[in-house]
Design a protein around this ligand. Sequence first.
Ligand SMILES: NC(=O)c1ccc[n+]([C@@H]2O[C@H](COP(=O)([O-])OP(=O)(O)OC[C@H]3O[C@@H](n4cnc5c(N)ncnc54)[C@H](O)[C@@H]3O)[C@@H](O)[C@H]2O)c1
Ligand SMILES: O=C(O)C(=O)C[C@@H](O)[C@H](O)[C@H](O)COP(=O)(O)O
Ligand SMILES: [Zn+2]
Length: 367
Amino acid sequence: MSATTVRVDLAGRPYDIVIGRGLLAELGLRIAALRPGANTVIVTDENVAARHLDTAKASLAGAGITSSEIIIAPGEKSKSIDVFASVCDQILATRIGRNDLVIALGGGVVGDLAGFAAAAVRRGLDYVQVPTTLLAQVDSSVGGKTGINSQYGKNLIGAFHQPILVLADTAVLDTLPEREFQAGYAEVAKYGLIDDAKFFNWLEANWRHVFDGGPEREEAVAICCRAKAAIVARDEKETGDRALLNLGHTFGHALEAGAGFSSRLLHGEAVAIGMVQAFDYSVEQGLANGQDAERVRRHLKSVGLRTRPSEIEGDMPDVDELMALIAQDKKVQRGKLTFILTRGIGESFIAKDVDPAKVHAFLSQQG
Ligand SMILES: NC(=O)c1ccc[n+]([C@@H]2O[C@H](COP(=O)([O-])OP(=O)(O)OC[C@H]3O[C@@H](n4cnc5c(N)ncnc54)[C@H](O)[C@@H]3O)[C@@H](O)[C@H]2O)c1
Ligand SMILES: O=C(O)C(=O)C[C@@H](O)[C@H](O)[C@H](O)COP(=O)(O)O
Ligand SMILES: [Zn+2]
């Protein structure tokens, strides 16, 4: 089976991201090569279990690896302290130990939750990411940010804990609902908008093939993983330019929390709106030109994503409440806001000490 391997070159703890169609069938052999004799516990959700758990288990059994499974309810609400506690207990009940492995088989919710449980149980178990959504393959399975949500906001409780392997089988994306694919695509486009205008041009021309499952899908996943691997290797804990990966997230996370972490607004959908807001705000501050902002909006709209907060159905918090959520952002330093702003497509930068009054005014006049 042909596969692309991207190395995450962390000093002392490097790991591979392996990308290709049909790789789930190789899970057992690849784990056996990495951790001979390990027992495993698979954390997954109901939707993924119904479609891909049998393949994963058969592959592990074929390589002589024992596995048990923990199946959570699908959706963002599972990134909660209650589900976290339950997953930790269930892992402990299997008696797996520090030489064994947790396997996160699912999207970003499973990956963030299982990764955090792996970080916490017995003060740290190794784990493998087997991402099954576009979003997880291009973003959440890589880089070791794990965690859950709080009533105060998104991802506010968690740990940096790197996986020992990421196995991205792009064929499993064939069973992903269209809306989830679109949401994940926002994070794909993000890499172009951060610092790769050439990739954004390529996406404008090729996005349909990424959705259709042609070779462009693997190419896009590999380009995103290479970009993320490079940033993570130089700034694992986000003391510097890893924050660029947060483009669209300060606005987006507030909207996601404002929508109650519900299916009204998926993470990727919130990021799409948040990236357009970051462009619009940059234009308003005289940093970027309106044509670039319009081009971003047009592209995200053409793949079926919403691009304005007013397109979110149902009640949303007012601007003061959104600002209170933004004040909880992890990039805040001693009360000062940090945003990822832009000078144009592929020219994002970290803006520290952004004036909350200006952001408040911007949000107040948003349609
Ligand atoms: N840790 C990070 O660096 C990072 C990066 C980006 C996003 N995230 C987090 O990821 C989460 C979003 O992840 P997501 O978009 O993957 O959502 P998700 O995990 O909720 O998965 C989306 C939906 O698709 C279903 N599903 C998953 N794989 C499937 C498949 N192959 N076939 C059919 N259905 C499938 C799931 O059951 C779920 O209903 C958010 O919580 C976000 O904060 C984390
Ligand atoms: O890996 C990162 O770094 C990112 O910021 C990737 C984001 O897409 C992701 O949503 C991440 O979970 C957001 O991180 P947070 O620190 O703002 O919670
Ligand atoms: Zn994200």
